[in-house]
Design a protein around this ligand. Structure first.
Ligand code: NAD
Length: 357
C-alpha cells in the first residue's frame, strides 16, 4: 500500500504540532509496510507573507494529487487587518471547497484518564464516544449573495444560507454509513421551526433515510436544544449530522466535553475518500512558539487518515491505543494538566507517544 501526503503546517502552533504528528505517522506506516511519500507546502499567513496569497496554486495542485493532506492551522493577529477575502482562513475555506471535501468528521471521544479535565461531571462524560458530522462546503459560509451594502443611507450586512438537494443527500448518506459502523443512531440537527432552508434539510434527510437506511434510527433536533443536550446528557448521541454553521458551533461545544481543544481531531473527506486531516483547534497565538501546544489532536487526526483514507484501521487503533497509554501514565501537556506532576512540552508528548507505539 502507498499514499501521497501533503503536509501543510500553516501558522502559529501548526508548525509545532504537525512535525510531531508526522513522526508518529511515518513510524506507524513504516512498521505496517505502507509506503507514504511526504511533500510540504505553504498555506495561510505564511503563504501570504511569501507569495501574497493564502492558497498558492502550487499548494492547490499538490493537494489535488495527494491522498492525504495533513494540516495544522492558519491565521493569527499579524494578518487580522487584511480584508476578509485575503485572510489566511480564506486559504483553508478555498482548499476545502476546491477538493470537494464536503464531509467533516469530528469525533468527541473521552479518554478515561481525562474525565476530570472535562467541564462536565465525570459521570456525564465517562466513555463518551460521539461523532459530529458537519457539512463543510455549503450553507451560509459559502452562500451568495454576501456582503455589506448601503440601503436608505444605512449600511446592511447580509449572508445567504443555501443548501442544494444533492448536498444534503450526500452528507446524509455519509451520516447513515458512519452510523452503520457505530451504534446505528443518527440525530439530524436543524432550525426547521424558523429557517426554510433547514426545513428542506430535514425533509431530504428523512427521505434518504426512508429510501436507503430505514434500519438506522433517525431523530431530528433543533440546534438550540442540541446545544443544551450536548452539555446536559451528551451520551444520548451517536452520530450528529448538521449543516456548516451549526456543526462549527456544536463541535466546539463537544470539544469542551472532552477536556481540551488540544485533544480533538477531525477529518474532511471528499467523494473518493481522499481527505484533509486537521486538529479542530486553531493556531493558538497565545501559546505559539513556546513548546506548550498539545499535539494529540493532530496525532489523532493522522490516525483518522489511516482509518478513513488508507483503510488501515489497525494503524489508527495502534495510534489511539498509544495515546491512551501515554495519558494513563499521567503524561500531560499544560492544557490537560489537571493535578498531574508529569507536565511535558509538545515535542516531549510526541516522544512519549512514539515510545508507547
Ligand atoms: P484557538 O483554537 O487557536 O485557541 C483557543 C484557545 O485554546 C487558546 O487559549 C489556545 O491556547 C487553546 N488551544 C488551542 N489549541 C491548543 C493546543 N493544541 N494545545 C493547547 N492549547 C490549545 O482559537 P482562537 O484563539 O479563536 O483562534 C486563534 C487563531 O486561529 C485565529 O487567527 C483564528 O482565525 C485561527 N483559527 C484557525 C483554524 C484553522 O485553521 N482550522 C481554526 C480555528 C481558529
Amino acid at each position: 500500500m502507498s499514499g501521497k501526503v501533503l503536509v501543510l503546517p500553516g501558522d502559529g502552533i501548526g508548525v509545532e504540532v504537525v512535525p510531531v504528528a508526522l513522526t508518529v505517522m511515518s513510524k506507524v506506516a513504516k512498521d505496517a509496510g505502507i509506503d507514504l511519500h511526504f511533500e510540504e507546502g505553504l498555506i495561510g499567513g505564511v503563504a501570504i507573507d511569501r507569495s501574497g496569497t493564502p492558497l498558492p496554486e502550487a499548494t492547490l495542485n499538490a493537494a489535488r494529487s495527494a491522498d492525504i493532506v495533513l494540516f495544522g492551522g492558519v491565521g493569527g493577529p499579524k494578518w487580522d487587518h487584511l480584508p476578509m477575502s485575503g485572510r489566511p482562513e480564506r486559504g483553508l475555506l478555498r482548499l476545502r471547497a476546491e477538493l470537494g471535501l464536503f464531509a467533516n468528521l469530528r469525533p468527541a471521544l473521552l479518554f478515561a484518564p481525562l474525565a476530570a479535565a472535562s467541564s462536565l461531571k465525570p459521570e456525564l462524560v465517562a466513555d463518551l464516544d460521539i461523532l459530529i458530522l458537519r457539512e463543510l462546503t455549503g450553507g451560509i459560509y459559502f452562500g451568495e449573495p454576501r456582503g455589506v451594502r448601503e440601503e436608505n443611507g444605512e449600511k446592511v450586512g447580509f449572508n445567504t444560507d443555501i443548501y442544494r438537494e444533492h448536498e444534503i443527500e450526500r452528507i446524509a448518506r455519509v451520516a447513515f454509513q458512519l452510523a452503520e459502523r457505530r451504534n446505528r443512531r443518527v440525530c439530524s440537527v436543524d432550525k426547521a421551526n424558523v429557517l426554510e432552508v433547514t426545513q428542506f434539510w430535514r425533509d431530504v434527510v428523512t427521505r434518504v433515510h426512508q429510501e436507503e437506511f430505514a434500519h438506522i434510527e433517525l431523530s431530528h433536533m433543533y440546534v438550540d436544544n442540541a446545544g443544551m443536550q450536548l452539555v446536559r446528557a451528551p451520551k444520548q448521541f451517536d452520530v450528529i449530522v448538521t449543516g456548516n454553521m451549526f456543526g462549527d458551533i456544536l463541535s466546539d461545544v463537544a470539544a469542551m466535553l472532552t477536556g481540551s481543544l488540544g485533544m480533538l481531531p477531525s477529518a474532511s473527506l471528499g467523494a473518493t475518500g481522499h481527505g484533509l486531516f486537521e486538529p479542530v483547534h486553531g493556531t493558538a497565538p497565545d501559546i505559539a512558539g513556546k513548546n506548550f501546544a498539545n499535539p494529540l489532536a493532530t496525532i489523532l487526526s493522522a490516525a483518522m487518515a489511516f482509518r478513513y483514507t488508507l483503510n488501515a484501521g489497525a494503524c489508527a487503533d495502534q495510534i489511539e491505543r498509544a495515546v491512551g497509554r501515554v495519558l494513563a501514565d499521567g503524561v500531560r501537556t499544560r492544557d490537560i494538566a489537571g493535578d498531574s506532576r508529569n507536565v511535558v512540552g509538545t515535542r516531549e508528548m510526541g516522544e512519549a507517544v512514539l515510545a508507547a507505539l
